[in-house]
Design a protein around this ligand. Structure first.
Ligand code: ZN
Length: 319
């Protein structure tokens, strides 16, 4: 059998206020802020990266926060939910935490046998926190916010909301190598990646709903994971053979990327694990300074004047 895509690399979402975004994902959800940079294609906007303590592919959630952005409108052609894995005995910890912080959440509920709760981030993006036996095998990381035993381990998966899902399903199974797991209600579940990297793609088809409108709280794109440039180029050729139109490789400093729109309208990226987030900061100092790629460095002063200051906290490694 042809090799499958090995999992999710990162997911990128549109947001509004960068400070509210930072506070929620670091202080409430307990992710590490791993990189403060700008949207390379539009350097007057931040690109904020969160993940596990090392920024491991498969844990990385990123945002383009446009301070005055309007909220997007949920609809088809979008990723509508991002799901995180926590250990199986951690769901009560999160329920109690959100209750204490007076943060609204739904659940606990059950989907495909997994217990989970769901909530909205400050811009209205839906996230799920799922008790996942696969997460039990991952060691969590301690920070001042969430004890390692309960910390988010990785992405569990995402939900595609599509007007007509047939061609998307053909792409993810026939080209990308996902496996159909089963259906529950209107949701079809596919699995991608072996063992530790396994993630789930839930597909909900609704022929009566309009396309979503891009804006704060909506997913901009999902990046699938590939090890290096050579493997990425093989994927690029396969995608061209399937009749789609990937871009040339783009240098994103921390990874190399190709982009294409899948038939249902969602923007896909395939990103390399190399070179990673420690090419311009040490493990200890990830996320502490505004990092710019060399081609934007000459404009640093101007960029710093345009960006609104972001108050971040130093990383304190707990044992
Ligand atoms: Zn990306």
């Amino acid at each position: 059998m042809e090799k499958a895509i090995s999992g999710i690399h990162h997911i990128t979402v549109l947001a509004s206020d960068p400070q509210a975004n930072y506070d929620f994902y670091t202080q409430i959800i307990g992710m590490r802020f791993i990189k403060k940079t700008v949207n390379f294609d539009s350097p007057d906007v931040y690109h904020l990266y969160y993940g596990d303590e090392k920024g491991t592919p498969g844990t990385i959630l990123t945002f383009f926060p446009f301070p005055d952005a309007r909220r997007g409108k949920r609809g088809t052609g979008e990723i509508t939910t991002i799901s995180f894995s926590i250990p199986t005995n951690s769901l009560n910890f999160w329920i109690e935490r959100f209750a204490e912080l007076a943060i609204d959440f739904d659940g606990p509920s059950k989907k495909f046998g997994y217990d989970y709760i769901s909530l909205l981030d400050p811009d209205g993006m839906k996230i799920e926190i799922i008790a996942d036996p696969a997460a039990d095998k991952f060691i969590g990381w301690n920070n001042e916010v969430i004890p390692a035993a309960h910390a988010i381990r990785k992405f569990f998966g995402i939900t595609f909301y599509l007007n007509n899902s047939l061609q998307t399903e053909e792409l993810i199974t026939g080209v990308m190598g996902t496996q159909f797991i089963g259906s529950e209600g209107k949701t079809k579940r596919y699995s991608l990646g072996a063992q530790a990297e396994e993630v789930f793609i839930d597909i909900v088809e609704d022929r009566n709903v309009q396309r979503g409108i891009s804006g704060a709280g909506t997913v901009h794109h999902i990046a699938w994971r590939t090890s290096d440039d050579a493997e990425q180029n093989n994927w690029r050729n396969k995608i061209i053979e399937s009749g789609l139109y990937p871009t040339e490789m783009v240098d994103r400093n921390y990874f190399h990327s190709i982009y294409f729109r899948e038939p249902g309208g969602i923007l896909f990226e395939i990103a390399t694990d190399e070179p990673g987030f420690m090419i311009d900061e040490s493990f200890e100092s990830l996320g502490t300074e505004l990092k710019l790629p060399s081609w934007h460095e000459p404009k640093r002063k101007l960029i710093e004047q345009i960006l609104i200051p972001l108050k971040t906290k130093p990383f304190i490694k707990q044992n």
